[in-house]
Design a protein around this ligand. Sequence first.
Ligand SMILES: C[S@@+](CC[C@H](N)C(=O)[O-])C[C@H]1O[C@@H](n2cnc3c(N)ncnc32)[C@H](O)[C@@H]1O
Length: 299
Amino acid sequence: MNMKVQSAPGLAVVSPLHLEDEDFLVIARLVREDFGLNLPLSKKDMVISRLGRRVRDLGLPDFASYVQRLSGRGKAEELRFLRSNLTTNVTRFFREDHHFTLMRDIAFPGFIAQARAGGRIRLWSAGCSAGQEPYSLALTLLDLAPDAPDLDILILATDIDPVILNTAARGSYPQSEMLAIPPPMRAHLDACDPPSPTEFTMNRAARALVRFAELNLVADWPMQGPMDVIFCRNVVIYFDADIQSTLWCRFSQSLDIGGYLVIGHSERLIGPANACFERIGNNVYRKVADLAAAEMTAL
Ligand SMILES: C[S@@+](CC[C@H](N)C(=O)[O-])C[C@H]1O[C@@H](n2cnc3c(N)ncnc32)[C@H](O)[C@@H]1O
């Protein structure tokens, strides 16, 4: 029930909507099926605070009516809302900077040499949020190879959240975020146009290396061709173990032998994909073998 409580003369405070456990479980099942999010009952208050306003904005009296909407004509629109509002977009430039150091020192020199010899190199930032991760990859590449935009090198940057992808595609960030970018790489940053005292932007070369696209990791992937590097960091931590294990297998199948999988500091490679990789750094793996045929048919 949506109750208004008088807190002081002239001031009405809206009390939180009540969410029955059974309605919470319907929402939890739907988001798990649609985009993999694992929502234990302990997250009920978080769901109330993130969705309560939506329920009111839709003019609905309570969460029970919202759950009805989720199984009716409003389902597609609500799923888009849930994908944006129940996911966590925290990110920053050069997060876990040792991953970029390892790319610069071990992985990228060989890939750049291949590209200069006419080869095709593909990197994938899966769950790229507002773009700081793929742009950190782009800046690392440009630091080693200013000619990278003229080569067949691309960083595919995907996320399920269309709202955060708009921010990513703008490529402009608050000045305070520049501190995380190593000074020599700031040569690839530009002033905004029109000028902004509070923001900087990525230059043309960095933008040329990155392509953003909406993609749900737990649905089909339209991309063709093998990847050389996959960064999927701080994304699967919100999924349960079955979905994580399946995703690691799918990533292993998307990588060329010798390709790299980089995962977040609190994530673990679990399941059959373990047999495909050797560990070469903190949460950095190199593919050494394909999945066994039996595991592939199970995907
Ligand atoms: C915490 S951010 C991580 C950003 C970046 N990888 C990093 O480590 O800084 C997690 C991102 O994963 C995205 N995400 C969550 N579920 C997803 C799914 N099923 N498919 C694609 N992206 C998803 C979220 O929208 C969010 O932007």
